[in-house]
Design a protein around this ligand. Structure first.
Ligand code: MG
Ligand code: MG
Length: 273
């Protein structure tokens, strides 16, 4: 069952999303080679709690942390650890926040130091595909139009692997609500998009094969061929004409431009929103 949101509820979700993105912005300002995931996880949790919020992921089905930190061939759901990031790593950071009764959800993939151009291109394409999906998330379209826009751009135009096993989702009073929002699908299929629908759109795109597997920790998803994977996510409200992006990567990108340890992805969010 889909819970459609009122305008007031959407504003509460926006508040949750913007605080959530403050945590990602903090990550963007401190991440770099030599930094431990466990450290930025603690800092993100402190930032959320200082603002009266609760981490959205911690304790969710037993997940032990505030952030999902997924390195290189890890796709999503990586558990923060004492590993020190190193030059050339790409680090996907996913954060969830719960405040005022509603969840916010967003993710960003950071390129640390000297990252190969083929990997930077994967990041640019994955991030662009997120906005292509968002562009299709308008009243009167169907959910398959969102899914298809992402898949077509990543697979047909760029020959990357779009992960099938993990998908975006409705969001609101629950972190994961109906409908599922796959990053692959057929145009014109699926539910009709109506105002009040709030979804997290989150392409997970691999440099090589789309096939993934789960590590023995019960959480971390990695690519089967061990090639790198990227992940960008926004929480979005369906509107007539143009979707309303409730989260924001703009602060994250500003922090990256001031952090010499992180390489900027060519596409800037403020250009496309
Ligand atoms: Mg997320
Ligand atoms: Mg999500």
């Amino acid at each position: 069952m889909i819970f459609y949101k009122t305008a007031e509820e959407i504003e509460l979700i926006r508040e949750s999303c913007l605080l959530n993105c403050k945590a990602l912005e903090h990550v963007a300002s401190v991440i770099g080679p030599g930094v431990k995931g466990s450290k930025i996880d603690k800092e993100a949790e402190a930032l959320l709690r200082d603002h009266g919020a609760v981490p959205g992921f911690k304790g969710y089905r037993g997940f032990p942390a505030t952030l999902c930190i997924s390195l290189n061939e890890q796709v999503v759901h990586g558990i923060p650890s004492d590993y020190e990031f190193k030059d050339g790593d790409i680090v996907s950071v996913d954060c969830g926040t719960f405040i005022n009764g509603f969840f916010g959800d967003a993710a960003y993939t950071f390129a640390l130091g000297d990252v190969n151009e083929d990997v930077m291109e994967l990041l640019r394409v994955t991030k662009t595909s997120l906005y292509k999906g968002i562009d299709a998330a308008v009243r009167g379209n169907r959910l398959g139009d969102v899914s298809h826009a992402i898949q077509r751009y990543c697979e047909q135009e760029h020959k990357y692997g779009v992960v099938r096993e993990l998908v975006g989702h409705g969001i609101g009073r629950n972190l994961h609500e109906a409908p599922e929002v796959p990053n692959y699908g057929r145009r014109g299929r699926g539910i009709k998009l109506k105002e009040g629908l709030v979804i997290a759109i989150e392409p997970m795109v691999n440099l090589g094969t789309k096939a993934v597997r789960q590590l023995d920790d019960g959480w971390t998803i990695i690519t089967k061929d061990k090639k790198v994977s990227a992940h960008y996510e926004h929480t979005v409200a369906v509107k007539a004409g143009k979707a309303d992006i409730l989260s924001s990567h703009v602060g994250v990108e500003k922090a990256i431009s001031n952090n010499p340890n992180v390489k900027e992805v060519a596409l800037k969010s403020e250009v496309v929103i």
